[in-house]
Design a protein around this ligand. Structure first.
Ligand code: NAG
Ligand code: NAG
Length: 276
């Protein structure tokens, strides 16, 4: 290739790189292959870290039994991992007291993929995201928004707390740790773009989105308007099969007539423990 044309190619590349610069970064991807027979099983839990109280320990024990029966591949947490105010830092004892020392069953010694909930944002939100946590307990894989590719299913983990406008405008007595998030508008725009790109690329048979907040709910918190307005269209256009969330402490399964999207709320331990 002549020197002149190489320079031209480099110039074009430089322009392309510049044009890409403002675009959001790719979402982190975790490869978690399904079992050899192609199947996959998992448990979903949310709204849990209470030092064993509120029946957390009793639910953990049952999770251990069910996890063994199902031979689970991993656990998903839909957030509100530590009450009331997340972790105070990476050395917070609560990490051991509410996680490591609670989920001790053999079957639960698998990766845990976690998102943050609103309560997690009320402490040091960066602590749970810090890879140093994995040195304390290697199961703990917590990121803001990320993908888990399990072959037959691709999971889209979504950081939903920044969507809720009231946490920004009316935080009441709570402080929210928006480091790495503010300004809200840019964060959400980039996130939606990243999700859309990742969902379009996915070839998995099933596509499941995970987030903390409700999209539809007939319980305490009700619908989350910001998610219906901003996130749901992205899930719909990309044929996401389920959205699984926490936040409301009850069990609901909501399906919609227009193909997408079933909304599944995991059952948090308080209510299930009371009912059984
Ligand atoms: C958490 O539970 C443990 C064991 O029951 C107890 O020793 C500890 O004091 C509790 N921590 C808090 C902060 O309540
Ligand atoms: C724990 O479970 C018991 C038995 O199901 C129930 O009576 C109790 O109300 C539960 N406690 C809390 C704090 O949810």
């Amino acid at each position: 290739m002549a020197r002149g044309s190489m320079a031209a190619v480099l110039a074009v590349l430089a322009v392309a790189a510049l044009r890409c610069a403002p675009a959001a970064a790719e979402l982190p991807l975790v490869e978690h292959p399904a079992k050899n027979d192609g199947s996959l099983s998992l448990l979903v839990v949310g709204d849990w870290g209470r030092n064993g109280t509120y029946n957390q320990s009793r639910v953990a024990e049952q999770m251990g039994k069910v996890g063994e029966r199902l031979d689970i591949d991993f656990v998903v947490s839909t957030g509100d991992n530590f009450y009331e105010n997340g972790l105070t830092g990476v050395h917070d004892q609560q990490f051991e007291e509410s996680f490591t020392n609670i989920y001790t069953a053999q079957s639960l010694q698998k990766p845990w993929y976690l998102v943050l909930g609103n309560h997690d944002y009320r402490g040091d939100a960066l602590a749970q995201l810090d890879p140093v946590m994995r040195k304390l307990d290697e199961r703990f894989v917590c990121m803001r928004s990320f993908l888990v590719n399990a072959e037959i299913v691709e999971f889209f983990f979504i950081d939903t707390t920044p969507f809720q406008l009231k946490y920004w405008t009316h935080p009441k007595d709570s402080h929210y740790d928006w480091r790495g998030v503010a300004p809200r508008k840019d964060y959400i725009a980039n996130l939606l773009k990243d999700l859309d790109e990742a969902m379009k690329k996915s070839t998995a048979k099933w596509k499941i989105a995970i987030g903390h907040h409700t999209m539809r709910s007939v319980s305490d918190h009700g619908d989350t308007e910001e998610l219906l307005q901003l996130l749901l269209p992205v899930l719909k256009v990309n044929g996401i099969d389920f959205y699984i969330n926490g936040h409301d402490h009850c069990l609901e399964h909501i399906s919609s007539r227009d193909r997408l999207t079933a909304f599944d709320k995991h059952c948090s331990f308080q209510n299930r423990a009371v009912r059984r």
